[in-house]
Design a protein around this ligand. Sequence first.
Ligand code: NAD
Length: 486
Amino acid sequence: MINVVADVEVSGGHWIGGERVASAATFDDVSPIDEAVIARISRGGATEAHAAVSAAAASSPAWASTPPTERARLLHRVADIVEDRLERLAIVETIDNGALLRSHLRGVMPRVAHNFRFFADYLVNDLHHPDFETRGHHNHVSWDPSGVAVLITPWNAPLMLATWKVAPALAAGCTVVLKPAEWTPLTASLLADITKDAGIPDGVFNVVQGLGEEVGDALTGDPRVSRISFTGSVPTARLIARSAAANLTPCSFELGGKSPFIVFADADMDSAVANAVEQYDNAGQVCLAGVRLLVEDAVLDEFVERFLARAAAVRQGDPRDLATDVGPQISREHFERVDGFVRRAVTAGAEALLGGGPNEQLGGLYYRPTLLAGAAPGAEILTDEVFGPVLTVQSFSTEDEAIAMANGTEFGLAGVLFTGDRARAERVSAQLVAGTMWVNCFFVRDLRAPFGGSRHSGVGREGGTWSFDFYCDVKNTCTNVDRWTT
Ligand code: NAD
C-alpha cells in the first residue's frame, strides 16, 4: 500500500520485523491544509500489536548485547539519512500535520537528526557514574537494556516527538514498537525506511499504525513490554496507566499543559512582547506554550497594546508558504473543540481583544490567533488545555499573587517568566510548579536537560541520563575485591 505525498512514496503499511505488513482495514489520512485525503493507512489492531511486540522481543537479546559503540554508529547512520532526506521529511510532515514548512526545514528536522546523534554520543561518552568504595567493596553502576519499549506519540510534532523517544530507547539497547498518532502517520513510516537503509537489524524498530483505542491496549497491556513512554493527553495517560498496571510496566508520561507566561513591570518589554506573540507558534498546538499571560498591572495596558500591534503582523495561511507564521488546526474535530472553548469563554463574559473565531477569509481549519481578556477566575478558559491559538491575559499586583495565579491549575509543565530582577527570578522560579522554567527566554531546549511535567502534566523525566534511567534497568554491582583467586 504505497501513497504518494508531494512526490514522496510513503508506505501505508505497518513495519514489523523488517517487513511491510498491511491490515485488511484501513483509515484515511487527511491533510489539515485543505482537508483532502492524502493517504490510506493500515488500521492495526491486537493482531498487529502482538506481532510487533513479538518481533521486538525476538530481536531484543541481540540488540541488547550489541556493543554501545556499534549501536551509536548505527544511530549516527540514521541521522545521516534523516539529513539526506530532510526536505522530503519536512514537506510530508507539513502536509500531514499542517505545521510550518519553514519550521520543519530550519528547526524540526535538524532536531530529529540531532536526537539520534545526541543519544548516540551520550551513550558512548557520558553515561557513567563514578565507581565508589564501601568498606573494601567496589560499587559499579550500569545501565542494562530493559527489553521492549512501546512508544506512543501525538500529532503536534510527530517525528520530532517520536524520535525524542526512539533515539534514547534504541541507544539504551531496547527494541522499539512505535505507535504514531492516527492523524499523522506518515513520517513514522518514512522513519521505518530510514532505519532499514541505515542497517538497523530487522525487528529492532517496528511501527504499528492505527487508532489508539483499537491498537493501544494490546500494546500497553502486553506482559512482554518492559517500558511504555507516552506523549499525549491526560485521559489517554489514565487508560494506559490502567492497562500497564496489570504487569507493573513502568510508564513515562509527557502530558498536557496550561503554562503561565508572567511579565513583571521591570521586564525587557520588547523581549516579553515578542516572546508572548510566539506562543501562537504551531497554531497554538504546543504542549509547552505559555498560554496564560499574567502581566503586572502597572504595565498591563502598555503590554496589551504592544502585543496587539505585534500580533497584527502575524501572517496566517498555507503552511507550505515560507512566509506563513500560523497555519491550520490539525483536524475538523480539534478545530471545533478550540472554537467551543472560545465561544463559551465569550458567553461567560470574556472579551476577544484579538481574533475570537475562525479565519473566514481562509476558511477550512484556519483559526484566528486569539487573545481573551476578562475571564472570571476559575473559568475553564483559564484552567483547561485548549491546544489552539488562544491566549488569555490577566493582571496581578504582587509577586505572591502572580505565583498563586501561575500555580492555579492542575498542570505543571512549564513556566515562562520575564523580569529584570535576578533575585525575583530566583524566588519566583523556585515557587512555580513546572518541569521546565524559562526566564527571559522561551523554548531554548538542550537534550541534556531533564524534560517532563509535574502534577497532571506528566510522570517522570526524559532527556540526558534521565532517558537512560527510564529505558534501562539501572544496576549496582557491589564486589568484595578481596576474594579473587584468578
Ligand atoms: P491523545 O492522548 O489523544 O493521543 C496520543 C496518542 O495516544 C496517539 O498516538 C493515540 O493514537 C494514542 N492513544 C489513544 N488512545 C489510546 C489508548 N487507549 N491506548 C494507547 N494509546 C492510545 O493526544 P493527542 O491529541 O494526540 O495530543 C495532544 C496532547 O498531547 C495534548 O494534551 C498535549 O499537551 C500533549 N502533548 C504533550 C507533550 C509533552 O511533551 N508534555 C508534547 C506534545 C503534546
